[in-house]
Design a protein around this ligand. Sequence first.
Ligand code: COA
Length: 177
Amino acid sequence: MRIGVNREDGAETRIRPGVEGDLEELTRIYNHYVIETPITFDTEPLTVEQRRPWLAAHPDRGPHRLLVAEEGGKLLGYATSSAFRPKPAYSTSVETSVYLAPEHVGRGVGGLLYGALFAVLEREDVHLALAGVALPNEASERLHLRFGFRPVGVFEEVGRKFGRFWDVAWFQRPLAR
Ligand SMILES: CC(C)(COP(=O)(O)OP(=O)(O)OC[C@H]1O[C@@H](n2cnc3c(N)ncnc32)[C@H](O)[C@@H]1OP(=O)(O)O)[C@@H](O)C(=O)NCCC(=O)NCCS
C-alpha cells in the first residue's frame, strides 16, 4: 500500500487497509466525533463490539474499503467507501468518508487517505462516490471539492442532535466506470 508524505511537515505516513487490531483505536477516533460534534449523526458512543460489523463490512477487496493512516505505529485516522443504500441498483454508488484523530486534523492526512481510497476504487466496479457533510464543516467541504466532488444540494434540518436540527450538504463525484 502506498506511502505518502504529509504536505505540511514532511512526516512519513503509511496508508494501509484497516484490520482487526485497529478496531479499538478506530472506535475511539469515531466516538470523539459522536460525543463532541454533529459531524456524525450517531448520538451514543459505540463499543468496540458494536463497531465490529462495520469493520467486517469493509474487507480488503471490493468496493467497500477501509484505509487507515499510520505514523510511527500510531493511527492518525481512516477513510471508508461504504454501501450508499441497500437496494441492489445502488451498488454502483459508494458513500465515502474520512475521520482523523482530532490531534491530526489540518495536516493534509485526510487528502492522503482520500487519494489512496480513490486510487483503489479505480479498479472496482463503482460509478459514483457520494458524501454527506453535516454543516458547518469547512475542512470537509474543501477536501471534497479538492477531490473533484461537486455540491448537489443541502438537506435542511435533516437530523437532530444536541437539541437542535442540522443541515447536511451532499456532494458527488464520478468514478472511473
Ligand atoms: C475533514 C478532514 C477529514 C479533512 O482532513 P485534513 O487532513 O484535516 O484536511 P487538510 O489539512 O488537507 O485540509 C483540507 C482543506 O480544509 C482546510 N481546512 C483545514 N482545517 C480547516 C478548518 N479548521 N477550518 C476551515 N478550513 C480548514 C484546508 O486549508 C484545506 O483546504 P484546501 O483543500 O482548499 O487547501 C479532517 O479535518 C477531519 O477528520 N475532521 C473531523 C472529521 C470530519 O469532519 N470528517 C468528515 C466527515 S463529512
